[in-house]
Design a protein around this ligand. Sequence first.
Ligand SMILES: C[S@@+](CC[C@H](N)C(=O)[O-])C[C@H]1O[C@@H](n2cnc3c(N)ncnc32)[C@H](O)[C@@H]1O
Length: 256
Amino acid sequence: MRHTVDTERFTITAEDGRPVSWFDEEGFSLLSRWWLLASWQRKYSYQFRWLGRPVIQLPADLIMIQDLIHRIRPTVIVETGIAHGGSVVFHASVLVAVHHGGAMPADRPRVIAVDIEIRPHNREALESHPMSAHFTLVEGDSTNESVVDEVRMLLRDDDVVLVILDSGHSRAHVAGELRAYGPLVSPGSAIVAMDGIMPALARLPDGQEEWLEDSPTAAIEEFLSSEAGQAFAIDESYRDYAVTHSPGGVLLRRET
Ligand SMILES: C[S@@+](CC[C@H](N)C(=O)[O-])C[C@H]1O[C@@H](n2cnc3c(N)ncnc32)[C@H](O)[C@@H]1O
């Protein structure tokens, strides 16, 4: 597919060859898409830190998650995929800011973060981080039953639970996580499956053809058409952010 950009008329051609303005919804979304592909190939999202820890996210996605935390005001965030821990520290710091001054038990708000491998230098840096009182690290495969049980045991009946999935990104793994962690999400809260952009990256030099079918997006579709998924619906409120790795990734749990 070819899109021609005209820098004098400020247009880009759509799939069917029509020139569309950079400044309307369709044109802006096409331009954002090409920027996203170039930035992924260049590993743009690998350069950022949050309070000293590397965080592998687009800044716009961090703003989106911050807004979701502010809207939902969870007492606990369950996160899969720690890497260097920047997102753990990010979620903990936003939680603390959102609940500042509120009457909370000492062990709340808290992030429960799971990774199949927490490297010793990352664990050490996280355990000595100023936010460390606000997170618990769990090591193991996020879809392993004993790991899910361990997470469940750390929750209290009155917790408001938000779940963010950013570990393995295959369809099977994310579908397994949605099945395992979906029931932990509180009514009115959400489960976020990150990196649904993968099919759009499949044909880049570092992409993989399988991602056209094998991605978090495919897992979301599978989950939403299952019985457990009927309690959830895609939250459309971040569609205009345009520059995101997780389009359609926020699944809101209905109130009842
Ligand atoms: C994309 S990185 C996480 C990035 C992190 N959330 C951030 O924003 O900086 C993915 C992480 O998932 C972990 N991972 C991969 N497969 C996993 C699995 N089956 N269970 C748990 N963690 C897994 C990897 O070890 C890696 O640290």
